[in-house]
Design a protein around this ligand. Structure first.
Ligand code: UD1
Ligand code: CA
Length: 459
């Protein structure tokens, strides 16, 4: 059996009116990834010789968002039907033996199903992916003869009452031999209820030529299409449930598998425990025995083993070291790297800073563009003033320094190793190592001072 050469053609020119959105339908995200990207990835697994996307509405926006190399974009305007869409793609399919038609708004199609559909195909037959639906409304029905051979697809709007009762439907996904496809597509006419060029009419043409049409049945969930926000939300829940199941199978403890959203990838070590309402975006890696409290948002970050992230913490980019504590209510921003045994407490914001081993920033602080040494203690209410209104400057804090509460460190500035900054100081010049530096007006007491007394109201 000679191997077939496949060009994949993803139809994505439709407007998606029912989404009621300025965003083209195929760009709406499912688990953090555009619908179209899901389909592209499934297609890629077939190692196609060419990948085509037929686009129409929001073309530039779609191209920019998908930014996939090795994709050939084909514009279809106006949109005269699925057959017309494939007709636009044909001149660009290159050196292939077959074209596999996919839909940009059918994102859950699995690469395994596509591989099965294509395996062992020949040049003189059509492979059609079908499914059986309790409610087939809106779909093209699969018509079979008395011997069970597929002879045609009839669209809902063109179907007789008897045909409408058929529950086996066209998923839209089909494998066509290029040799015949060109002739069939040229022969399509819009003589139907919708006045469109139906790709589905090629089935009847093949049957009339006594070429085989084989229907491969697949699970309905894999070929569900997205037309509106309700379907999108329902599919999102399905994907999230599946991802949660996979995490639990790997040994992750989820307080509630219905209350975790992974919009990207989440890699977990051993004995990770995740409380409710975690949202993960991008690539998140959790080391062994990491514990995540309720209501956290983690984006593109790596959390070292044995670290405890407490409730309502937001970590966006960066690396949290091992055996550390973060939160509750901490905000870590891009460019932050904390070493082992750091404590980042409540209402602490850290941006683009390196915090070395064993340092503590426990309460109400902003640390930005800073390099903090080992075993440093940063008191409550400390602010690094990193921005002068035009430029950002760095703050450097040496090992074992102690910053008293409510201090402002005006960058660029360096706090010497082992030095102490007195509480309430505004530090504008470097502080010498090992010494106490403070900037504070002297405390005075007015002996015998009396508080004002409230005057009695005049009658
Ligand atoms: C199509 C099938 C139907 C099948 C159903 C499965 C035809 C004639 N009908 O019907 O048998 O049961 O899908 O969901 O093929 N598109 C273009 N250009 C166009 C028209 C459509 O790119 O000119 C794209 C759409 O963006 C979409 C796909 O093709 O991704 C299907 O189009 P749609 O109009 O939804 O087809 P249906 O009427 O649902
Ligand atoms: Ca449709």
């Amino acid at each position: 059996m000679k191997a077939i050469q496949i060009a994949t053609v993803i139809l994505a020119a439709g407007k998606g009116t029912r989404m009621r959105s300025a965003l083209p339908k195929v760009l709406h995200p499912l688990a953090g990834k555009p619908l179209l990207t899901w389909v592209l990835e499934a297609a890629q697994a077939l190692e196609p010789v060419k990948q085509l996307i037929v686009y129409g509405h929001g073309g530039e926006q779609v191209k920019a968002a998908i930014a996939a190399d090795k994709v050939t974009w084909v514009e279809q305007a106006p949109q005269l039907g699925t057959g017309d869409a494939v007709r636009h793609a044909l001149p660009h399919v290159g050196e292939c033996s077959h074209i596999l038609v996919l839909y940009g708004d059918v994102p859950q199609i699995g690469s395994g199903t596509l591989q099965d559909l294509c395996a062992g195909a020949d040049d003189d037959s059509i492979r059609l992916l079908t499914t059986v639906l309790d409610n087939p409304t809106g779909y093209g029905r699969i018509i079979r003869d008395e011997r069970g051979h597929v002879t045609a697809i009839v669209e809902e709007k063109d179907a007789s009452g008897e045909q409408r009762a058929i529950k086996e439907v066209n998923t839209g996904i089909m494998l066509l031999p290029l040799k015949h496809a060109k002739n069939w597509i040229e022969a399509l006419t819009p003589a139907n209820a919708q006045g469109e060029y139906y790709l589905t009419d090629v089935i009847g043409m093949a049957a009339a030529q006594r070429l085989a049409v084989s229907a491969h049945n697949c699970a309905a969930a894999e070929v569900a299409g997205i037309n509106d926000k309700m379907q999108l939300a329902a599919m999102e829940r399905e994907v999230q449930q599946r991802q949660a199941n996979a995490l639990m199978q790997q040994g992750v403890t989820l307080a509630d598998p219905a209350r975790i959203d992974v919009r990207g990838s989440l890699l977990c070590g051993e004995d990770v425990a995740i409380d409710v309402n975690l949202v993960c975006e991008g690539e998140v890696i959790l080391g062994d025995r990491v514990s995540i409290g309720a209501n956290c948002v983690l984006r593109n970050c790596h959390i070292g083993s044995d670290t405890l992230v407490e409730a309502f913490t937001h970590i966006d980019g960066g690396h949290i070291g091992e055996n550390s504590r973060v939160g509750p209510y901490a905000r870590i921003r891009p460019g932050t790297h904390t070493a082992e045994e750091a404590h980042i407490g409540n209402f602490v914001e850290i941006k683009n800073s390196q915090i070395d081993r064993g340092s503590k920033i426990n309460h109400l602080s902003y640390v930005g563009d800073s390099t903090v040494g080992k075993r440093v203690n940063i008191g409550a209410g400390t602010i690094t003033c990193n921005y002068d209104g035009a430029n950002k400057h760095r703050t450097i804090i040496g090992d074992d320094a102690f910053i008293g509460s409510d201090s402002q460190l005006v960058a660029p500035v360096e706090i010497g190793a082992g030095s102490t900054v007195g509480a309430g100081s505004t530090i504008t010049k470097d502080t010498p190592a090992g010494e106490l530096t403070l900037s504070r007006s002297k405390q005075i007491t007015i002996n015998g001072w009396k508080r004002p007394v409230k005057q009695p109201k005049k009658a």
